[in-house]
Design a binder for this molecule. Structure first.
Ligand SMILES: *Cc1c(COP(=O)(O)O)cnc(C)c1O
Length: 466
């Protein structure tokens, strides 16, 4: 199996090169040229497996021999041994056929750990084999940065530098990044905004000689390996609730469409998925698309669920590729028009086919707080704002009471204590292993909003360990 780009003009690559490449050279996203498929008998045999055992079964076909099975099994076991719950991704019942899949038991308390913790290990393994090293550079408004740092800390072949806007992230988010003392981790507090941080990173990647000399790399959400690792928990939840003998539906709080695309992929691989409900906050480009068949960009508005404050969902391109019957030229055209006009539309037939699986649901900040309070009163569960949108979306859009609806809890309530306290009057506590976060020493370097100063810094860091 090799991987091809959604835009059809980049070379086909093997798994290990797709992992390191991230984005394809033609601007497209990589997808497997053939999808593995599990029979009903195989799905039935998943039911008794531990999470790491299941993870190996589900992901191994995607590696196509580029990583030895025993090496991979060891990396997977190490990855999830560090999680804070024996089940790794436990299911909690909220009501009749109303379930919550808790994906916040990783080191930074958000679902991104489930993929990034494995990605860090895969990077190290593949780089060592190729005798290479990379410097990962990224910008964060808070959440992704900490998950990436935790994934890369102490990896031998990787240095990581994360820029955050000085004084503009929440204290939990800053401390999750700046209290990591590993020598291969650097935090830059930039005297600027999140957009300034992003512009810096873009400018460094666009400077080809600089990028190539320092082996710059990224671990952003378009990396295929992140999708691959997220497919696993859909199989875990599905088979725990009766698949292949009964179908299952999911409600996913969505930003870049990576998480819900992994659910779509699980369905392609044989999991009987009935409905996929896509939850959004007031940044509702996807809800509007599912309602009307028209995708049109708006302005990004800040909300209580910042990880979903996104207008263009980059992974949506992977789903479009499937809708367009894997016609890269047609998709290239389409994306070009979207870039030029800020909008596109699909025909009625296609809209009907999309609506048979996907529904959208939007919830504003007031509604989000209301749902947090309501679920707390009903069940005693404290939901974070992202997870609350998932639960509300599933409840509002489910077509069928007999099919289990599983909402994804994508972050721990203690990551967003102010919103949760405003909704319930209860301030959620950090889990035991992070309880001393506010007492740990911090380390970061303050830099001016100046590209040359940042480049000098990156050169120095890359040189130190070269
Ligand atoms: C990243 C993130 C999301 C959005 O996930 P996508 O894969 O980008 O759709 C939702 N909730 C939380 C807490 C996140 O960190």
């Amino acid at each position: 199996m090799s991987y091809h780009s959604t835009r059809g003009q980049a070379p086909a690559l093997a798994f290990d090169d797709v992992l390191l490449a991230g984005l394809a050279r033609d601007g497209g996203l990589y997808l497997p040229s053939q999808w593995p498929h599990f029979s009903k008998e195989e799905l039935a045999s998943f039911a008794g497996l531990s999470y790491p055992e299941l993870a190996v079964r589900v992901m191994l076909p995607f590696l196509d021999g580029t990583i030895a099975e025993d090496d991979f099994a060891r990396m997977v076991a190490e990855t999830y041994a560090g999680f804070g719950h024996a089940a790794v991704a436990p299911l909690k019942q909220l009501g009749r056929n109303d379930w919550l899949l808790e994906l916040f038991h990783g080191p930074t308390l958000a679902f991104k750990d489930y993929a990034l913790q494995l990605l860090g290990r895969l990077f190290d393994h593949v780089l060592a084999k190729k005798g290479r090293r990379v410097t990962i550079v990224g910008a964060t408004s808070g959440d992704t940065g900490s998950a990436a740092i935790e994934a890369c800390r102490d990896r031998a072949a990787v240095d990581i530098i994360i820029l955050h806007p000085k004084g503009r992230t929440s204290e939990v988010q800053r401390r999750q990044m700046t209290t990591v003392m590993s020598s291969n981790v650097r935090n830059i507090a930039l005297e600027g905004t999140f957009d300034d941080c992003q512009d810096m990173v873009k400018a460094m990647f666009n400077d080809e000689p600089f990028r190539d000399r320092l082996n710059l790399s990224a671990v952003n959400s378009i990396n295929w390996a992140r999708i691959m690792a997220q497919i696993v928990y859909y199989f875990a939840a599905g088979t725990a609730l009766g698949a292949p003998h009964r179908p299952i539906s999911f409600a996913v709080p969505t930003g870049n469409f990576g998480n819900v695309y992994a659910a779509f992929a699980a369905r392609r691989m044989g999991l009987p998925v009935n409905q996929l409900v896509v939850g959004s906050n007031t940044n509702d480009i996807l809800t509007r698309f599912f309602d009307s068949g028209r995708m049109s960009k708006g302005e990004v508005v800040p909300t209580l669920s910042p990880s979903m404050d996104i207008q263009v969902s980059s992974n949506f391109e992977r789903y479009l590729f499937d809708l367009f019957c894997e016609d890269g030229a047609r998709l290239r055209d389409f994306m070009e028009r979207f870039r030029r006009d800020g909008a596109f539309e699909v025909g009625e037939t296609m809209q009907t086919s999309i609506a048979s699986l996907f529904q959208g649901y939007r919830l504003d900040d007031e509604g989000t707080k209301r749902v947090i309070r309501q679920v707390y009163e009903e069940t005693g569960e404290l939901l974070d704002p992202h997870s609350a949108i998932g639960v509300a979306a599933g409840r509002a859009r489910r077509r069928d009471r007999a099919t289990p609806m599983v909402a994804l809890a994508t972050a721990h309530a203690a990551k967003f204590p102010d919103a949760v306290e405003a909704a319930t009057g209860v301030r959620p506590a950090l889990p035991e292993r992070l309880a001393d976060l506010y007492d740990r020493p911090e380390r970061y370097d303050v830099l001016p909003n100046d590209l040359e100063a940042v480049k000098d810094y990156v050169r120095q860091v890359a040189g130190v360990n070269a």
